[in-house]
Design a protein around this ligand. Structure first.
Ligand code: ZN
Length: 341
């Protein structure tokens, strides 16, 4: 299948990562995209450059305050004169309603959920390029491709309408879904990343036209902790259009594929015109985050199960971190899809 890729991701090279009080180098590194690209080449997929769509696709998902913040953030941070090499907030307006601040430190706290989304000089440009990559894959599907793949970096599914978090800034999967919505009345998003797609869920939580389904490690003990529980089913007009399938840490192929069967049944019942797959590969048994134990053959079978839905499908890369098998698992998932399609 056609695979969309831009080298612009390299401008985003975050360093800081805080886990259980320990600071280390982040796992969301440019090298991830190199390994995913190697997997695409091994699978003989046709690599295509993204179309420059301008601000439209990201503005259909994210709010103007947030987009203005991302665009201005680095220059305002540098202008402080005594700030560090990456933008990381030290305060957030959590769970008590507050007012939008004027200064960059306050805006940073307002628009970031955690310490895992450091902003550097090239972050906004890379995130905008990833949004174009996602929209281009969606456009290929609108133009008649059975499926297309978007090699997005930074990833997107933890970003909500006006907040970054968990390595994510612009929600590429949501952007692809909104792009597909321009033609299709109903679109489904199936998130197979090991982490719950909390940003995607939040964006569409009250929407009846976009089904969000996520299979992930149980948030009782795993990021993003506060969202991703089975009782979160949508609200208002969107009630019933959100399905969470939390699984125990360490889940392997058989139980994962059983959950995927449930997810697929929900997608079929929704009868969407097109599908976005938020394709995290971090449920791998070899992923450094060690949340689940899905094998390479498991990823092939995940791809096949998705193909059997019979829908025009845009794959959008989410997580999946540095292991020897990252590109191999991508190739397996896409090959499984193509063999069953
Ligand atoms: Zn993840």
């Amino acid at each position: 299948m056609k695979a969309v890729y831009s080298e612009a991701h390299r401008g985003h090279d975050p360093q800081f990562f805080l886990l259980r009080g320990v600071v280390s180098r982040t796992t969301e590194q440019p090298e991830r995209a190199e390994r995913l690209l190697a997997g695409l080449r091994a699978g003989s997929h046709e690599i295509v450059a993204p179309t420059a769509f301008g601000p439209g696709p990201r503005a259909r998902v994210h709010g103007p305050d947030y987009l203005a913040f991302l665009a201005e953030a680095w220059d305002a941070w540098r202008a402080l004169g005594d700030a560090g090499p990456e933008m990381i907030a030290n305060v957030h307006p959590v769970r008590i309603p507050g007012s939008y601040p004027a200064g960059i430190v306050g805006r940073l706290g307002w628009h970031t959920a955690d310490t895992s989304c450091p902003i550097g000089p090239g972050t906004f440009a890379a995130a905008c390029a990833a949004a174009d990559v996602a929209a281009t894959a969606a456009q290929l599907v609108l133009d008649g491709e059975r499926a297309a793949y978007a090699l997005c970096r930074p990833p997107g599914h933890h970003a909500s309408r006006d907040m970054a978090g968990g390595f994510c800034f612009l929600n590429n999967s949501a952007i692809a879904a909104e792009h597909l919505r321009r033609k299709h009345d109903r679109v489904a998003i199936l998130d197979v990343d090991v982490h719950h797609g909390n940003g995607t869920q939040a964006i569409f939580y009250e929407r009846p036209d976009v089904l969000t389904v996520s299979i992930h490690a149980d948030p009782a003990h795993y990021y993003p902790f506060f969202w991703g529980h089975a009782h979160e089913r949508g609200a208002g007009a969107g009630l019933g259009a959100n399905l969470n399938l939390p699984l125990p840490l360490g889940t392997g192929d058989a139980d994962y594929l059983a959950a995927l069967d449930r997810a697929a049944a929900t997608v079929r019942a929704f009868a969407p015109g097109a599908l976005v797959v938020a394709l995290g590969l971090d449920a791998s048994e070899h992923d450094p985050l060690a949340g689940m134990k899905v094998t390479t053959d498991g990823f092939r079978r995940i791809g096949a199960a998705i193909a059997r839905l019979g829908l025009p499908t845009a794959f959008v890369q989410e997580g999946g971190y540095l292991s020897e098998i990252l590109g191999v698992n991508l190739a397996a998932a896409l090959a499984g899809f193509e063999e069953a399609a």
